[in-house]
Design a protein. Structure first.
Length: 935
């Protein structure tokens, strides 16, 4: 208690310092006067009486200092004093301060940007009621611990749980179609995304709208504490089988499509030709338990109405209907809830032993949006590594500036040491000064990061098709962002400030007091530490720039690589709908398909129309097991006989002609063979080499697929033939990935009278952009319920994963590398500038002795060029190692590409030398008479 009281009094003393000093001075003066009066009465003279009184008191100032130490907090006062001193020193040299803050603000800002994105995706609490009590409830089996529940099981857990105040189901989603809201105008293409080569298919003008719709239970919004922006949200009675169909709009869709008109509540919208009543609107950017904003929300019980399953499947305990979220009651822990739900799971196992055998329940916290899986970690680690490298470049930059600045403070430090200042206290002052620089840089970098990330999100959102929903990342700085920025600023301040501070404290006092500034600059110019910092900056910058150039050149090469087919003047058209959900009979769909083909073929400029179950480079790769009919399946490592797989596509006979794929041997299908789906097949050259090397494959037979093979996509059949005759060999293409020719590919006949497919390929003699609106109107003339999505076939490269990784990786590393180049040049500029200032006396002597301006320029630039060259060599060696790891994403580009290595190296050296030339030219203009008098 006494210690606490003492601490409180000491803290209070910090805020009443002036008052206490006045009271102390008055009291000390009173005691001094009393002693003087006593001495005067004893017969001393006035001078002797005062001297004797001061001796008895032990010295007035010493006594005051002892009292102040007992009164306040000396360590805190010293710390605050050092902060004030550091601020004065930074204010004294604004040029250095601004340069250092700018360099660090770039590094800290980029790191904060990446962490803010990571925070928004994985760490930030969900925008729901009491997120710390939100849990995910998952069904576990022998091989699955994140499974979903059937609708009856969900109802059982919801009605019997005592540890959870409520349970709600998220039943997944699908795209639905509405002809009530046709696309009025072509969707805009994001300028930045288009400029860097990313294009995604867009809804055609005049086609039906394709909307993302998510299914949730009637108590979902109540569980999350959501409030409607208009109307109401779902009620439990909305989620009953047989209830009237209702739907809730997202606030984003309400704004963009209905201009926030409240009268839309109560109106009807047709989804997959079924009438739904709009009962409410969620707030703008409302995510619920998702990471993106959907367009529509519908009850789980409404899924059969839009064709996603049947009422029987929803009531079937064998069919998973969705994942379940719960809300812990107060005082209930995760293990408590999991134990109780597993008791309920045991009851279900007893009641339904065949369905519920070996099932259990797992309860996990769903406070934040997500977690990093094994596929995500490498991307996050690579990104964090790149931006950490940029921050190290910034630290090296400022450390080199501090080393140079130490020249101007060498005499100051020597004087302070000679007067008795402790080296530990000086180290503290120098570290506080560097930390202040980092904190100011953090204060600049934080809003810069927030602004940059906001622009990136806006651009990404504008690049995505409207039917994908909206992005609503919360990137407003919160306590974690502030804490991260503060922590990284403090660590940065110590990182770049410690070594220069320790070197400054090695100052020889006698040499420093005698130093007139003429020699220290020369010694500084030979500083190994400074040169090492420049080497590190240049090497790190070169690694980023060379590898980003390789990735960008590789992705650009992907746009020029010969894919084996002619994609020019070809439009990829897809009717993006789930056919069973439309309620059309197979006969009607096939009839509409034939009408659409005829309608498109009659459009001006169209020279050919074909169909395929999958277009080249469009994602959704399909594979099937194949084997030569006269061969035995090879055994795998376990000794099991497994047939190899190959990519496949159903195609019309004119597919090869439309895409310009040559038939190098044999022929294509006839119309009759396609219509009857005859057991014939066209194979790629690679497939021929794979199964019949050195032989003519025409007339050979392939065993394709199996009876029990599962279709890759709902509503699509897998090819099956116990013996299809090879009638043709098509040229090899890059259909699966642009990075390499398909290892194996087969083409099977597509029957327009038996099989529906939604993909059309249209060749035109004119501009593809002029054809797009004509296609939209043609689709609407055939059926207004068809949502048509189209893009030039060239754009489908955006679906190639290697292209995406290469392009994005190249762009991001280019941005980071360019910032690193800027920082490295800033460091060279600052170092040469300080070197010129410190060597002014030496330069004056040289010029007085006859040195020419060009010789002075060569002297200054030569000393800065040496570490740059060493850094370039190291950067090239490291880049050569890393480039080998990137070879899969270079699309055939040599990992040691001379243009990338030589061009970037020469560019960096040229820019860095220019940065050094700017201050070096000042040395050429030094007046020898002024320089000789320079101190």
């Amino acid at each position: 208690m006494r210690q606490l009281r003492s601490l409180v009094l000491r803290l209070a003393g910090l805020f009443r310092k002036d008052r206490h000093d006045r009271e102390l001075a008055a009291e000390m003066d009173s005691h001094l006067q009393m002693h003087i009066e006593d001495n005067l009465r004893s017969g001393m003279s006035a001078a002797q009486a005062r001297r004797d009184a001061l001796i008895k008191l032990g010295g007035v100032e010493q006594t005051k200092e002892l009292y102040r130490e007992r009164r306040g907090l000396p360590l805190l006062e010293t710390f605050l004093q050092d902060i004030r001193y550091g601020l004065r020193m930074l204010q004294k040299n604004l040029g250095f301060t601004a340069t250092a803050i700018l360099a660090l603000a770039v590094g800290i800002g980029v790191n904060t940007t990446v962490f803010t994105a990571f925070d928004a995706l994985a760490l930030r609490p969900r925008p729901v009621k009491t997120p710390e009590r939100l849990v995910g409830v998952y069904r576990t089996t022998a091989g699955e611990n994140h499974g979903g529940f059937s609708f009856p099981d969900y109802l059982y857990y919801r009605d019997h749980s005592k540890t959870l105040s409520d349970l709600a189901m998220f039943g997944g989603g699908m795209h639905v179609t509405t002809s009530d809201l046709s696309v009025a105008s072509p969707e805009d293409v994001a300028h930045v995304a288009g400029a860097i080569g990313f294009h995604l298919p867009q809804l055609l003008q005049g086609s039906a709208q394709r909307l993302s719709c998510l299914f949730v239970s009637g108590n979902y919004f109540r569980l999350l504490g959501a409030q409607p922006a208009a109307g109401r949200l779902f009620l439990p009675e909305d989620d009953q089988l047989g209830a009237a169909p209702v739907v809730v709009l997202s606030g984003n869709f309400w704004q963009s499509q209905f201009h926030s008109n409240p009268a839309v509540v109560g109106s009807t919208i047709h989804l997959n030709r079924v009438a739904f009543t709009i009962v409410g609107v969620t707030p703008v950017d409302y995510l619920g338990t998702l990471s993106t904003v959907p367009v529509l929300w519908a009850p789980v019980a409404a899924r059969p109405l839009v064709g996603d399953g049947t009422r029987e499947s929803l009531e079937n305990r064998k069919v998973a209907a969705g994942v379940v979220y719960g809300h812990l009651k107060a005082g209930v822990s995760l293990p408590d809830a999991e134990a109780e739900l597993n008791v309920l799971a045991g009851q279900l196992r007893v009641a339904y032993p065949e369905v519920e055998r070996n099932t259990g329940v797992r309860v996990v916290s769903e406070r934040a949006f997500g977690h990093l899986d094994s596929d995500t970690w490498p991307i996050v680690a690579a990104t964090m590594g790149a931006v950490a490298l940029l921050l190290l470049i910034a630290c090296a930059n400022v450390a080199s500036l501090l080393l140079a600045r130490a020249a101007t403070r060498r005499r100051e430090i020597g004087v302070r040491l000679s007067l008795g200042a402790g080296r530990r206290r000086l180290l503290q002052q120098l570290l506080i000064e560097s930390t202040l620089i980092a904190l100011f840089a953090g204060a600049v970098g934080l809003p810069l990061a927030s602004w940059t990330l906001h622009l990136v999100i806006v651009e990404i959102a504008s690049a995505l098709p409207s039917y994908w929903g909206s992005i609503a990342l919360q990137v407003t700085p919160d306590i974690r962002i502030f804490g991260y920025t503060l922590l990284i600023s403090l660590l940065t301040g110590v990182t770049f400030g410690l070594t220069p501070a320790l070197q400054a404290l090695r100052t020889d006092v006698n040499a420093a007091l005698k130093d007139n500034g003429s020699m220290f600059g020369q010694r500084l110019s030979k500083s190994r530490l400074r040169d090492l910092l420049i080497v590190a900056q240049v090497a790190a910058c070169l690694v980023l720039l060379i590898n980003s150039t390789l990735l960008l050149r590789g992705s650009q090469r992907a746009l020029r690589v010969d894919p084996g087919f002619d994609s020019k003047h070809v439009v990829h058209l897809s009717l993006e709908m789930y056919e069973p959900a439309m309620g059309y009979s197979q006969a009607r769909l096939l009839g509409l398909n034939r009408q659409l083909m005829e309608e498109i073929a009659s459009l001006p400029g169209v020279t050919s129309v074909t169909q395929a179950s999958r277009a080249p480079i469009s994602g959704g790769n399909r594979f099937v097991a194949v084997l030569a009919a006269d061969a035995e399946p090879p055994a795998n490592r376990e000794g099991e006989n497994r047939r190899p797989t190959t990519g496949y596509s159903y195609v019309l006979p004119n597919y090869f002609e439309t895409l310009g794929i040559p038939i190098v041997n044999g022929r294509s299908f006839t119309v009759q063979e396609a219509d009857t789906q005859a057991p014939v097949v066209v194979i790629s050259e690679a497939t021929a080499r794979r199964f019949w090397p050195g032989q003519d494959p025409i007339g050979k037979r392939l065993v394709i697929g199996s009876v029990d093979a599962r279709p890759p996509f709902a509503g699509e059949q897998v090819p099956f033939s116990p013996g299809s005759e090879v009638i043709g060999v098509a040229g090899d293409v890059r259909s699966l990935f642009l990075s390499k020719v398909d290892d194996s590919y087969i083409y099977v006949p597509l029957s327009q009278s038996r099989q529906w497919t939604s993909t059309l390929l249209v060749r035109t003699s004119g501009n593809t952009s002029a054809l797009l609106p004509l296609l939209g109107r043609a689709v609407r003339r055939i059926d207004a319920n068809f949502p048509a999505v189209a893009a030039p076939l060239d754009w489908m490269v955006s679906f190639d994963p290697y292209f995406v990784i290469s392009r994005i990786g190249g762009i991001l590393s280019s941005i980071v590398g360019t910032l690193g180049l800027f920082l490295a040049c800033l460091g060279v500029y600052g170092m040469v500038g300080y070197s010129v200032v410190e060597r002014t006396h030496e330069i004056g002597v040289r010029m007085a002795l006859g040195a020419q301006q060009e010789q002075v320029l060569g002297l200054v630039l030569g000393e800065s060029a040496r570490p740059m060259l060493f850094g370039t060599v190291i950067g090239i060696v490291v880049s050569a190692v890393i480039s080998r790891l990137l070879s899969a994403m270079l699309f055939g580009l040599n990992p040691m590409d001379a243009i990338s290595f030589a061009g970037v190296s020469l560019l960096l050296i040229a820019v860095a030398l220019f940065a050094g030339w700017l201050p070096a030219r000042r040395a050429m203009r030094v007046d020898p008479m002024v320089a000789l008098r320079y101190e």
